[in-house]
Design a protein around this ligand. Structure first.
Ligand code: SAH
Ligand code: SF4
Length: 384
């Protein structure tokens, strides 16, 4: 083992500033502080972005078109670190779930859902969630904080590392990966947290994800799912312009108040008005309404009819989600027969592809099952 002088040992700790998640303008300003001349800053930012987001570099030493001295200075000032993997699980169907540890020790989950021709990454926007939807596992987690833009983008970087989604990279495990050239073609903000309660960081992160010189996932392939923070919905459209998904789950305020308690603040009428005002809304840019199927609670044919009535005149898709159970959940998933009856009403009204097939249930990676596994682990250790 090398005996490092104390000052060297100290400098071997990665610098706290990350390149990942920093806007071009902020990165340029930081480079200037390092002494990079003003007229070079833009070019250097482009080079850094290219290595970081297009090629997936994890080390400044690889950035061969940047002068050696500057590379050394960059390595002193910045890191390219991804969140640390606590566990990686791969489901029978190829779905992958990562439990990730952030710099402060907090944990989040990220899920990758491969299909034959595309791959969707489901990312988290907060540690836990301040909202307490009664059917959602994440809502039972107490610790909550917003993720930084770097932590949000970092989930995609980490996933691309693991599935070999960089030019020339080879994944450790190819199970279930799509045939498409890019393995992550879509990004959905449907993991832990309410994205619109972390508006600025999520918006800044998605700007990098959508940037042609960043991660290059077009806005049409990014979907932000919200439980219904009505006043922020049009603003999100203006400032981020991604596809929108609404966690509706009930067609009457009395029931929605119980399932999605934020409904007490912004009831269905306000929510749907905000949707009607979503910038760019059109048949080509329809809003997805998510509807979790809860046995005997919201799954009647009358509910289906009311759903269709409520959404009339809004360019919409309806996504029926079979309820994914979690330990201690106070609900059951609707019977398949009932889901079909419900879907038929929805189909007859002209809405296609309604039932979302649950993915990765065997590894608790399906919608609403996310909750940092360490908490579960600790609980089971205590029980043992
Ligand atoms: N907080 C945001 C985004 C994360 S939740 C939101 O609520 O929209 C992603 C989707 O999973 C939401 O539609 C949510 O209602 C749904 N969901 C939560 N728990 C679920 C469960 N146990 N089974 C099925 N879907 C669930
Ligand atoms: Fe939060 Fe969404 Fe879960 Fe509701 S459904 S508790 S808003 S993560």
């Amino acid at each position: 083992m090398l005996n490092l002088a104390p000052e060297l040992a100290a400098s071997s700790k990665p610098p706290p500033q990350s390149v990942i998640g920093v806007s071009r303008a902020d990165l340029a300003a930081k480079l200037k502080l390092l002494g990079v001349p003003e007229r070079q800053a833009r070019m250097r930012v482009s080079q850094l972005w290219g290595w970081t987001y297009v090629r997936g570099a994890t080390d400044f030493a690889a950035m061969t078109d940047i002068a050696k001295e500057l590379r050394a200075e960059l390595a002193q000032a910045f890191n390219l670190a991804r969140p640390e993997i606590v566990t990686e699980q791969i489901s029978e169907d190829g779905t992958r779930k990562w439990l990730l540890r952030l710099r402060d020790g907090r944990e989040i989950e990220t899920v990758y859902i491969p299909e034959s021709d595309r791959g969707t990454l489901c990312i988290s926007s907060q540690v836990g969630c301040t909202l307490t939807c009664s059917f959602c596992h994440t809502g039972t987690q107490k610790l909550v904080r917003n993720l930084t833009a770097g932590e949000i983008v970092g989930q995609i970087m980490l996933a691309r590392d693991r599935i070999g989604d960089w030019p020339g990279a080879i994944p450790d495990d190819t199970r279930g990966l799509p045939a498409s050239e890019r393995k992550i073609t879509n990004v959905v903000l449907m993991g832990m947290g309410e994205p619109l309660y972390n508006f600025d960081n999520v918006r800044d992160a998605m700007a990098i994800v959508a940037d042609g010189e960043g991660l290059s996932v077009s806005k049409r392939r990014i979907t932000m799912s919200t439980s219904g923070i009505a006043p922020e919905i049009p603003r999100w459209g203006e400032e981020a312009g991604s596809m929108l998904a609404i966690s509706l789950h009930a067609v009457r305020d009395q029931l929605r108040d119980q399932l999605v308690p934020i409904n007490k603040k912004w009831p269905i009428k306000d929510l749907l008005n905000a949707c009607r005002n979503y910038p760019g809304l059109s048949n080509a840019k329809r809003i997805t309404f998510e509807y979790v199927m809860l046995k005997g609670v919201n799954d009647s044919v009358a509910d289906a009819k009311e759903l269709v009535r409520l959404l009339a005149k809004i360019p919409a898709k309806i996504n029926l989600i079979p309820f994914n159970p979690w330990p201690g959940a106070p609900f059951e998933c609707s019977d398949w027969e009932q889901i079909e009856k419900f879907a038929e009403v929805v189909n007859r009204a002209g809405y296609a592809s309604p039932v979302r097939s649950p993915r990765g249930r065997d590894i608790m990676a399906a919608c609403g099952q996310l909750k940092s596994a360490s908490i579960k682990r600790r609980a089971s250790e205590q029980l043992a």
